[in-house]
Design a protein around this ligand. Sequence first.
Ligand code: HXC
Length: 525
Amino acid sequence: MYQKPKNINYKSNDKKFSKLNELREKSQEGGGQKRVKNQHQKGKLTARERIELLVDEGSFVEIDSFVTHQNTKFEMSKTKPLGDGVVSGFATVHGRPIYLYSQDFTVFGGSLGKAQANKICKIMDLAIKTGNPIIGLLDSGGARIQEGVDSLAGYGDIFYRNTQASGVIPQISVILGPCAGGAVYSPALTDFIIMNKTNSFMFVTGPEVVKEVTGEEVSFYDLGGSEIHGRKTGVSHLAGDNEEATLELTKKLLSYLPANNLDDPPSINVDLKELEEVNLSSYIPGEENEPYNMKSIIDKVVDPNSFFELSPEWSKNIIIGFARFNGSTTGIIANQPLFLGGAIDFNAADKASRFIRFCDSFNIPIITFVDVPGFLPGIKQEHEGIIRHGAKLLYAYSEATVPKISIIVRKAYGGAYIVMGSKHLGTDINLAWPTAEIAVMGAEAACRIIYRSKLKTVENPAETLKKFTKDFKEEFANPYQAAELGYIDRVILPEETRKEIVNALSLLHNKREQTPKRKHGIPPV
Ligand code: HXC
């Protein structure tokens, strides 16, 4: 942040120096004190205060602080604040470079005209060329109405760059105020969206238009607040209680990410003394349908306190997030038996497949914990397109060339066995606990089908079914048929899991995989 030097009297120096100093000071004013006060009264920070919270102290270097809009219509030439509604530049976070822009709501409501768009595009171009993450802090009334199509053009320029940057540098959007209309599509094109639980919302058409068109009445927050996007739509990945917490989450997320697609994921020093000896098998209930919390297992296997869950409130039947092994970032995907028995529904498939593609683009090894009874049955699932969404997950696992390690903890039934990082989709190391049950379907359902005729003829069908089910379980509800066929590389004791994953990660460190030459595949998006 710019600080006026204390011991220099510019007035006694060259006029040119004073002019620069004046301009620098003016560029800090944004939309003026009154609007800054309004911003604070709404419980919001200014664009510059947010940057200060996000970056390492004294590291921010601003560019384009003298840029002004060139619009002459609607008496706009009377008001030309320096910087024009966005503060942009580069800085470090935890000592690592980032590029960022922070929309200034005190200047025309942070609305985006051509000058603001040009500034954002310039900073994105620099981020792409230098291979560093780009962070957008958004707080804007959308397209600057007075600039007409020029502001729409500006959005188009940004969307284009979001797409060019995709899979090259990490892109994070932090929503700290309004984000409405087509403006939502820049965040939607980025890798992660983090919302402030108060004072932020995202929607394509606002409450007024909704009321006009459909007659429905809804508040800003019920239409597009963080609860809606964190639980229902899956648009946002994380949410903070306030601006400080939201920016802390952004820093934490950055700590797991490489700078670009050619970099290795970051590795930090960790104190492994905290690693407890735990009897992991005690976390798995014996009964086939008894729920348990898969996160307890993940937490005990990864580096202490390193599991950082994403989209924790959306599609809870699948878990995604980053975690570290011996300090290095990995991506975790896991079924969650606590919700829908861990079955895969259309949202779960969406959630996991996008995350897998992110990890694959950024050289982050993928570790999958499996306990899945199958795809979720039902009319809603079929009609919402479980076929198309489920295929995304198959595609993402098959396409990924980063090290892939899977551990079957309990159930791995049917198509869901294949999809959850099976050997058949190119997974490198497939592990299973002795509690693993790898089968076409659950034992009882299988026996009902294969013994249907027989069960009609016996005196006590319920008892007979029980016996058949018991025999079937002994034959199939284990990992050994898969191990015999080489679909499971090693059957391991639960307490050996961390060691086995660490070994596998080290074995796979230099993995290189060639894929067929093509422009790009066509995932079933
Ligand atoms: C120009 C804008 C503006 C805009 C707000 N302002 N939005 N100026 N273009 N889009 C200005 C206001 O005139 C006001 O100026 C200042 O910003 C603060 O606005 P307020 O309304 O006083 O603030 P608040 O009450 O907090 O309400 C914020 C708001 C509201 C909810 C964002 O301003 C609003 O509804 N704005 C319009 C949103 C919108 O419809 N945008 C277009 C979306 S369509 P003064 O001088 O009084 O401080 C779109 C298409 C993009 O973006 C397509 C891309 C493909």
